[in-house]
Write a protein that binds this ligand. Sequence first.
Ligand code: NAP
Ligand code: MG
Length: 398
Amino acid sequence: MARIKYSVPIVEMQGDEMTRILWDWIKEILLEPYVELNCEFYDLGLPERDKTDDEITERAADAIKKYGVGVKCATITPNAQRVEEYGLKKMWLSPNGTIRARLDGTVFREPVLCESVRSYIPTWTKPIVIARHAYGDVYRNTEIAVEGEAEAVLEVKYKNGKTVRNKIADFSGGGVAQGIHNTDASIENFARSCFTYALDLKRDLWFATKDTISKTYDRRFKEIFEKVFGEYREKFEAANIKYEYSLIDDSVARIIRSNGGMIWALKNYDGDVMSDMVATAFGSLAMMTSVLVSPLGAYEYEAAHGTVTRHYYRYRDGEATSTNPVATIFAWTGALRKRGEKDGVQALCDFASKLEKAVLSAINCGFITGDLKALYAGKNAPTVLDSRAFLKKIKEFI
Ligand code: NAP
Ligand code: MG
């Protein structure tokens, strides 16, 4: 069979530890036999980041901007222990943070649903995609512990000399005060990424805040979404999808009762909390994918989990581990499909769907990795395979 070809490169970012091993096996067993991969390669493994003073991460981010599609392996975010383990020059920043900042994008997390893997919420038969605004609010706050009788004020000083002061509270004893902010530009970019991605997936977009209580701050989010939606309204109608705004508490209640299938856009804190709830409810972390969408339409796909360090140390000691490669495979299929869509290479889109189906069929027939055992609800007793055997089994289903 002739391998599928395409002409614009995909930005390939290799990573660390167990996922670095899985990465090469996925390419060898499931991709290269079918697709003539055309990738611009960046090694974001920690040794190379250290060697290049992390310049490689910045170059990778610029390449994603240039070519519009990237796929990234999980990478180590160094801490003090890693600095010692790898003898690093410095505690480099999180590559995901660097790439996100350079693309000014929004991260969408989506679970891979599989008939035979149980969700804790039985009504959720379709995936729920969470979009978390990744700037500001309580994550860029300033806080003061109040020690006694005091007046706390919020003050904005304009460059032209004008000043606006609002009283926060009069303290008669100890307490706490906090200042938070956001910017119109960041909220607008968030909104644009959400509307773009909803059109892409042809799914309804839900957005929720607490604007009844926060009449200026949260209301600004609501208004900006409404304004930006003006640019997308006709496209939404043509795609037969809806944009809906609601109050956060109403939204949470309706999500639980829903069948899923929507993109749920949330402010920074709500997204942080709700994404953990949704991910857990759908089962294994190893079945969660993530895509960074820039407001200008560049896409970076990856697995939501880390480098699976504990498995890697066992692998290094010669043990065959049963690490789940599903989210990493779906990162590749996401990137291949997007490349196919952008460049009109239908064969690439078809192959991505075929590979995804093969993964789900293998699992539904009872071939799984160890993490899925406790969640397995298929008809047959499952067979737990090591990662390489699992990948080869998937190949039989292509
Ligand atoms: P992790 O790599 O996600 O692993 C945590 C645990 O979850 C694993 O020990 C394993 O549990 C289970 N798990 C995760 N993915 C799995 C998979 N594919 N198959 C089977 N089990 C899986 O998180 P971590 O241990 O906190 O972080 C390890 C490194 O990854 C850190 O250096 C961190 O900086 C980095 N990280 C990177 C990213 C990213 O690049 N996007 C995200 C998160 C973390 P058991 O050991 O119980 O089997
Ligand atoms: Mg969280």
